[in-house]
Design a protein around this ligand. Structure first.
Ligand code: SAM
Length: 407
């Protein structure tokens, strides 16, 4: 048990990155534009959101009445690297830490009144509410520190909530998503782009039970932290300095099952013939048939041919433009996610070569279930067998097909 606590504390280290207010606001506004009553009468749980640190709390608390919330619950995590000595990111002053140690606590907001009489309910009124109704301490268990989302106390709050919204610990994303219970609960959470192809995530995307949010993910998100130590061990590419302030840069994506307008905008596309003649990709699109899947390679979303009725392999970034009325998702390369588009060939008798003619030492089984093309582009490593057959793998692909009704 003690070990589990240690692991949580260690993991927490690189989890202390906070979402910027503007990023949350932009995303939340998209749901409100689609349905102005999306939050009305709802109980929202912010399960990894110390109200004194989190902009999620700041936004939902200060717009409690405007959104028509029934209840807002936020919990803080005692294992946090910065709890008790944090900056008040939300504009609220945290309670003093005892012996330099933080606590896990819960705030349950059921009303925000215009305490200061300035005619609007805002963060000052939330502050007054918190002064009059201080947060309650969470106890945790021997296994989980107070405020751990897996603890029975927070689990109970999850059961009470209609909607779960947060940027959960990066290191526990899979566990967090299954804890959310995505088939039962509404949610809006942030995760890494790589999570799209996790076996716990992709089947939900395929079945339209989970999709990416309204903010496009072609640009990395920047997260703040008051704990300099949180940058330790990060590669330079994961750090960005803007106006002298250091941010963690991460290819993050919003995952949700709340509807938004962007996913109903149809993509405007050209025919295959017009694409081959006019598209901007300068000969990089040939619509070659894969060697091991019954599908064609479409390396750019805007090059999807409007008149091709069979299966196409498209990049992961397609999801940014995915409109479920227009396309059907059938599967993805790798990770056992392609029952509807089975791979037809294995490459165990191939070996991998560098362009300089040396073997890498890897066998062709490395490229099983990738989308492979019969080619050698002269740049990437390739695979060859004793007969001289040569293949190269495309990047990770999603298999899609036009929906009959959309054409
Ligand atoms: C990526 S940060 C995001 C914080 C906040 N949600 C935001 O976006 O501004 C993840 C937060 O989860 C907390 N955390 C880490 N492990 C946790 C756990 N097991 N249960 C609950 N919270 C946890 C961390 O302390 C950290 O504050």
């Amino acid at each position: 048990m003690a070990n589990k606590n240690l692991t949580s504390a260690k993991n927490a280290k690189n989890d202390e990155f906070y979402t910027q207010y503007e990023d949350i606001q932009k995303e939340v506004n998209a749901y409100l534009e689609f349905d102005p009553d999306v939050f009305r009468g709802k109980t929202i749980l912010l399960p990894c959101d110390d109200p004194y640190e989190s902009n999620f709390f700041k936004l939902f608390a200060s717009r409690f009445n405007q959104f028509g919330l029934k209840k807002l619950i936020a919990t803080s995590y005692a294992g946090s690297l910065i709890v008790g000595r944090q900056l008040a990111l939300s504009g609220l002053e945290p309670p003093p830490a005892k012996n330099g140690k933080g606590k896990g606590y819960v705030i349950e907001l059921t009303q925000v009144s215009d305490v200061d009489g300035n005619g609007i309910e805002d963060i000052n009124d939330v502050r007054a509410f918190l002064e009059a109704n201080p947060p309650s301490e969470l106890r945790g268990t021997e296994e989980y520190p107070p405020g751990d989302f897996r603890s029975p106390e927070v689990l109970k709050l999850r059961d009470e909530a209609d909607l779960i919204i947060t940027n959960p610990p990066f290191s526990l994303f899979r566990e967090f998503l299954s804890w959310v219970n995505p088939l039962e609960k509404k949610f809006l959470i942030i995760g890494n782009k790589n999570a799209i192809t996790y076996k716990e995530v992709f089947p939900l995307i395929k079945d339209n039970r989970l999709w990416t949010g309204a903010t496009g993910f072609n640009k990395d998100m920047l997260f703040t932290t008051p704990a300099e130590a949180a940058f330790n061990g990060l590669p330079p590419t994961a750090i960005r300095v803007v106006d002298g302030k250091k941010y963690r840069r991460s290819p993050s994506v919003w995952f949700t099952n709340l509807d938004h307008g962007r996913r109903h905008q149809p993509l405007q596309l050209m025919t295959m013939e017009d694409n081959l003649r006019y598209n901007d990709h300068k000969g990089k699109v040939a619509y070659a048939h894969y060697d091991n899947y019954d599908a064609i390679e479409v390396p750019f979303t805007d090059a999807i041919p409007s008149d091709y009725n069979d299966v196409m392999g498209v990049p992961i970034s397609f999801l940014d433009k995915y409109n479920p009325e227009q396309f059907e998702i059938l599967g993805a390369t790798q990770r056992g996610c392609h029952d509807l588009v089975p791979d037809t060939k294995k490459y165990n008798d191939f070996w991998e070569m560098r362009q300089n003619g040396e073997r890498t030492g890897s066998s062709g089984n490395k490229t099983n279930e990738n989308a492979n093309l019969r080619q050698n582009d002269g740049h990437k490593n390739y695979f060859i067998n004793a007969k001289g057959d040569v293949i190269q793998s495309a990047y990770q692909r999603i298999f899609i097909k036009w929906k009959e009704a959309s054409k």
